[in-house]
Design a binder for this molecule. Sequence first.
Ligand SMILES: [Zn+2]
Length: 370
Amino acid sequence: MIKKVAILLIILLPLVSFAQEESKADKLKEYKELLDAGVITQTDYDKLKNEILFGKKSDNLTPKHYCSYTGEEIVKWETIEYNFSEKSDASSIVSEILGAAGIAPNFIVRPMKIDNAAATILPGGQQMIYYNPGFFQRIKNATETNWAVYSVMAHEIGHHVNGHVLKAGGSRPHSELEADYYSGFILYKLGASLEQAKKCMNLIGSSSGSSSHPPKAERLVSITKGWKEAKAKDNRNDDNIEHENKEKEDIRIKEQLEDEKRKEELLKEELASKKTSVTVVYRGDPKNCMLNINIRIGNKTFTPTGSSFTVNNLPIGSTEYEITGSINCGAFGFCKSYGKGYITLKENDTLYVVWQNINYGKCNINLSHH
Ligand SMILES: [Zn+2]
């Protein structure tokens, strides 16, 4: 066991120092890419390289246009060392904001030893967001909510989204209000309450404002406007969803009705094609008359040979019938008989033959259920 721990330590130690070397190499590579892309100059690159390799700090990064969150002039642009969790925190907040806005980033986010946070463009054209991790920690502690960091970051992203850094001359009151509106809009989308969206501005915004930054009250109005408009848009979407759901429900009901109608028709067809046997009965009469008749029910014709006669394969439902023949009552007379009509056949039905004399030598004859 002891042996195993010792081996592990030996393996881990070189990895730790290797990781530090690797982060320096990563940074150099990053700056080299910016240099190759024409974003920073050779002089910028040399200074940054010295700083990474020999720990020399430089104040060479002086972007022309920038917005600092609260409006102070940034005197020194100093890059700072930061740990990986700070970097990943900031990145994940930026990703969430961009995700809510549905846009791809057109800027790079870096920690910097500045007062708070700033959106800017480097001389080579690369758009940047700089932030002070310490400032983020302080506003998070003071407001007791992570939303403070989101609102500042969303404000800075708002400057890039609105193309403010591309315009000559730094912050303008109008641009600041647009970025504040964006911050409110995004914070609603991320799920912050209006109070949470305003909390950071309430805490650190300047009451009197400056030539570049409007007073806090105006900025809070913009944040509120953005937040409320995002909410209104969201409600409209809810209405649409409700409308779409109603349409879907209507279609569903219509389809269900059509389905039931189809089933009913099928059932009718099935019933129509269903056959049954029927018993044709003659109950007799006081004069003991003899019936000499042919009966057609549907397509089937038959001659009953007794007072109760069974016929197979007759269609269930309403069917036409016809009876022809004669009735002989011996000494009481004789009549030609005829009858035609419709009869509704049920399964294993019994039909009775009924007749009456209607004229001299003429009788009506029919089928009946009674
Ligand atoms: Zn700003």
